[in-house]
Design a binder for this molecule. Structure first.
Ligand SMILES: Nc1ncnc2c1ncn2[C@@H]1O[C@H](COP(=O)(O)OP(=O)(O)OP(=O)(O)O)[C@@H](O)[C@H]1O
Length: 635
């Protein structure tokens, strides 16, 4: 587990990128064994459009849809159409194309991260993408998926602790993170929070470099980046691409999508793949592209930035004057058939030729074996403790956020004043108080928990798909990380309200009330976790939580004594029902409860053991369900 000293260690400004990379290399030495030649052959991807929305279905809609609520035949859409190409170690391939042309989809397929089914083959050194290859693949997605409250140094040190193999000493992991900070020019902002949409932090360019650093830490043999220059000014963009070029020259295979590269950026790429609506218009050396387009009748009339010219072609635009849609479509069709006629056979021939410089095959088995040993990820215990520490650091602002504390304290003082020294004989008042406590904590805990997993969805999916940790260590660390807040706030609440309201003064009664309330809070939290994990959309999950809590509260035993028999079963799954009964038993004793709850139906229910067992079962059951729902989570 990284100590605070580790996280604060070394803030020297080492601008010598090569030396820094060499340091990362020496720490995670096995990468040099695996120069990857990446080939992709006839990659196609189609999606069936959701007839209910015409896009990716999600959340409740997805659940309803999968339950068979739609009868319309799904429409199919071609996202990628037979894309082939190859990148060798030491090379940087740029994927160019207009927005929506399929760049991100192709990158996800090359990174082995696309959840849907595609056709075609992706090979690394002639073999299908195995786990060992994926572990050596760094994938920087278009969105910056980082924890906003961690500093740059904390982000990279935690990443190093989790991603570098167990054979690397802790001090070396910290040194690797420091080397990456220096190499990417992040020393000046190393102790600044990363930030995000609602949190001030480092600049967009710096955030992008942190994402790249995140992937560089595993010293990837294959580095894939989705539009790393978007949102950067041209100086920052060319600095970034120069860094990527440097990484490629050290023997890595780099593939990056770029939206609109300036001329000097374009020159830095070795090869280029141009996409238009999922079809390939060019694949080959970057410097040969203009000659090729000239040879098929699309020479520019004056000197232009090759990237701009190619993007115009991919949009079907060949001149500055207005062109209609039919004309644009004809240009694209002509370019696709030219590619299929002229370039595609050459690309295919290149792909079937022997992999150049593939000397690694000779020593492959030794390398694989060595890699396997060195790549063994850290133990479950270490994963748990690092994830727990990271979760506590990330949520330190949120957990004891002053507004939240104020909310709980205000509720305690207000209700304490309302029920100030209530008399044991004012039974209705007391029952009202006990039920109020049950409502407040049932709603508070379940609603806060609903956000837990949806909030972290993107990070969770990214980290899990790169094999950073096991689901169980993440889940347990998240549960444990939430405990302090889940337990301290209700304890403070009970301390204030219990004495203000003048409930039973015996310490035993107070402690039992507190224990019941804490257990109840954990059960209610479990409900929020299940809904959040199953629906993975905070808005939809909180709507379902509202309805569920309403049903639980109405059947809790305070408002309605004679619940219609067709709905009576609801109370048995309502944790408010059990908690309310236990609180009454503590204040009035089990004997009096049936008298107080003057309903024949309530009377049939057993006392303390059944209530405790039901709450325990729900505590475990909700968490098991949340875990299972999380297992199903896909991008
Ligand atoms: N699962 C899906 N369902 C429906 N449409 C999809 C799906 N996945 C991708 N698409 C569509 O496929 C097209 C290509 O998407 P992709 O994200 O790969 O494009 P892109 O070239 O990376 O775009 P941009 O440059 O804007 O990021 C888009 O029109 C997108 O809406």
């Amino acid at each position: 587990m990284p100590s605070d000293r580790d996280l604060e260690a070394g803030s020297h400004d080492d601008t010598n990128g090569g030396v820094a990379t060499a340091r990362v290399n020496s720490i995670t030495s096995s990468a040099s064994c695996f120069p990857f030649t990446l080939k992709f052959i006839d990659v196609s991807y189609r999606v069936k459009l959701d007839p209910m929305s015409g896009s990716r279905g999600d959340g409740i809609r997805r659940i309803l849809h999968s339950a068979g609520s739609s009868s319309a035949a799904p429409e199919e859409r071609v996202i990628l159409n037979g894309i082939s190409g190859m990148v060798s170690p030491g090379e940087m391939l740029a994927i160019l194309g207009p927005s929506g042309s399929g760049k991100s989809t192709l990158l996800s397929i090359l990174a082995g991260r696309l959840q849907g089914k595609h056709t075609g083959t992706v090979l690394a050194n002639g073999h299908r993408l195995a786990k060992s290859v994926l572990r050596r693949t760094g994938f920087v997605t278009q969105d910056d998926v980082l924890y906003p409250h961690l500093t740059v140094r904390e982000t990279l040190v935690f990443c190093a602790m989790l991603r570098l193999p167990r054979t690397v000493a802790k001090a070396d992991k910290v040194a690797a993170a420091e080397a990456v900070i220096a190499e990417l020019g992040l020393s000046k902002c190393a102790d600044t929070s990363v930030g995000g949409p609602f949190v001030r932090g480092i600049s967009g360019g710096e955030r992008k470099r942190v994402c790249i650093g995140h992937e560089m830490l595993v010293n990837p043999s294959l580095l894939l980046l989705d539009e790393p220059t978007s949102g950067l000014d041209s100086t920052a963009a060319s600095r970034l691409v120069a860094t990527l070029g440097g990484l490629a020259r050290q023997g890595r295979t780099v593939v990056t999508s770029v939206h609109q590269p300036a001329s000097r950026l374009y020159q830095m790429f070795d090869s280029v793949l141009l996409l238009s609506e999922g079809s390939c218009l060019y694949f080959g050396k970057a410097r040969d592209a203009m000659d090729y387009f000239g040879s098929v009748g699309f020479a520019p009339k004056f000197h232009v930035n090759p990237a701009d010219f190619m993007l115009d072609l991919a949009n079907g635009v060949t001149q500055t004057d207005y062109q209609g849609d039919a004309e644009k479509s004809a240009v694209k069709q002509s370019l696709i058939s030219s590619y299929n006629r002229v370039l595609a056979p050459k690309v295919r021939a290149g792909l079937s030729a022997a992999v150049p410089g593939n000397a690694t095959h000779a020593g492959k088995d030794v390398c694989v074996e060595r890699g396997r040993k060195e790549q063994r990820s850290i133990s479950w215990r270490s994963q748990f403790s690092i994830l727990l520490q990271r979760s506590l650091k990330e949520r330190r602002h949120e957990s004891f956020n002053s507004l939240r504390v104020f909310q709980v304290m205000a509720a305690a003082v207000l209700s304490g004043s309302m029920w100030w020294h209530s008399s044991v004989h004012d039974v209705q008042d007391r029952l009202g108080l006990l039920f109020f406590i049950t409502i407040f904590w049932g709603v508070f805990a379940s609603f806060n928990a609903v956000f837990t997993f949806p909030q972290e969805r993107a990070i969770f999916i990214k980290e899990r798909s790169s094999g950073m940790y096991s689901l169980s260590s993440y889940f347990m660390a998240r549960m444990a990380g939430d405990l302090p807040m889940e337990l301290i706030l209700p304890t403070l609440f009970t301390l204030i309200l219990y004495w203000m309201a003048g409930l039973r003064t015996e310490p035993g009664a107070f402690l039992l009330t507190l224990a019941v309330l804490l257990g109840y809070v954990l059960v209610a939290q479990g409900l929020g976790l299940v809904l959040g994990a199953a629906i993975m959309d905070a808005k939809q999950a909180s709507t379902i939580a509202t309805v569920t809590m309403l049903a639980f509260l109405l059947t809790g035993g305070f408002y309605v004594q004679n619940i219609p028999s067709c709905l009576a079963w609801l109370k048995y799954i309502s944790f408010t029902f059990y908690c309310y009964r236990l609180l009454i038993i503590i204040q009035y004793g089990g004997g009096q409860m049936d008298y107080l709850l003057a309903s024949s139906r309530h009377r049939n229910t057993s006392g303390t053991p059944v209530c405790v067992a039901a709450l325990l079962a729900m505590f475990v059951g909700y968490r098991v369900l949340a875990y299972m729902a999380l297992r199903r989570t896909k991008a």
